[in-house]
Design a protein around this ligand. Structure first.
Ligand code: ADP
Ligand code: MG
Length: 260
């Protein structure tokens, strides 16, 4: 039993504070959903945890058990058991998925039957094995890229996975296969998951233990799975400040002269 522990995490981009104190603990086998409006900092959270360059960490800590990740480069965070399925997976021309995965698995230690593992994992999510030979993510459709991320997750068997809108771009059949695969990883391999999404349909197969509302750079509220359906119905209005208007009369009469 391990824990991914995020404590008081604050980070800035371009001098602007985006993460304003994030606290979250994900245990092995648990699924935590993170839902929130566009631009609230969800992808920033995933990038800062994974160590993407370009972010300034202002404070806090991200650990797997007692191993601090924030002072490590991304590859060492992966070695420590962390995996990120990116919202917009990077295209890497000239590097076949098969070669990238084989190199990653060798680095992690156990590379036995790697070819067989790749084929089995591709089959489990309905991903054609011809994609193994293609350059990583190059010219793949949005949904193919998300299956590609899921294949890597299945083969690499991390302790914790952050899924940044894994459901975006997937059709209903692919979504079912992919979310079922992740759910199986939680129950069979004890994978802990932080799933960022807008839609509760991801949770038809992948069952969240806890749902967090993320707005304005921090977790505003946490609850059970029912919170996901509620959010999809009601939106995030409660947690987002109303847009400012320049003149009190503007909303009443859109034709009014604002300078009168
Ligand atoms: P979300 O994933 O919740 O939609 P993001 O984490 O992508 O939100 O973005 C949060 C905010 O940070 C947005 O206002 C976005 O424009 C800003 N931001 C993210 N990355 C950068 C960057 N590299 N440079 C400048 N602003 C950025
Ligand atoms: Mg995002």
């Amino acid at each position: 039993m391990s824990q991914l522990i995020i404590e008081g995490l604050r980070a800035a981009v371009d001098g602007q504070e985006i993460l304003k104190g994030v606290d979250l603990v994900v245990g092995s086998g648990e699924v935590h959903a993170v839902m929130g409006p566009n631009g609230s900092g969800k992808s920033t959270l995933s990038h800062v945890i994974a160590g993407r360059p370009g972010y300034e960490v202002l404070g806090g800590s991200v650990r797997i058990d007692d191993v601090e990740l924030l002072d490590k480069p991304t590859w060492q965070r992966a070695e420590a058991g962390l995996f990120l399925a990116m919202q917009y997976p990077t295209e890497v021309p000239g590097v076949a998925l098969r070669d990238m995965l084989a190199a990653s698995v060798r680095t992690l230690g156990d590379s036995s039957e790697i070819g067989e593992r790749m084929r089995t994992e591709a089959e489990r999510i309905g991903f054609g094995s011809q994609f193994l030979e293609r350059p990583l993510n190059v010219d793949l459709s949005g949904g193919e890229k998300k299956r590609n991320e899921t294949l890597q997750l299945g083969v690499l068997r991390p302790a914790f996975a952050i899924l940044d809108e894994l459901d975006s771009g997937l059709d209903v059949d692919a979504l079912r296969l992919v979310s079922r695969r992740v759910e199986e990883a939680t129950s069979e391999e004890g994978l802990g998951v932080l799933a960022i999404t807008h839609y509760s349909r991801l949770f038809e197969q992948l069952k969240p233990d806890t749902v967090h509302v993320f707005a304005d750079g921090k977790i505003q509220e946490s609850g059970g799975p029912e919170l996901a359906t509620e959010l999809e119905d009601t939106g995030y209005e409660r947690w987002v400040s109303a847009p400012a208007t320049t003149s009190a009369g503007l909303l009443d009469d859109p034709f009014a002269d604002p300078f009168a």
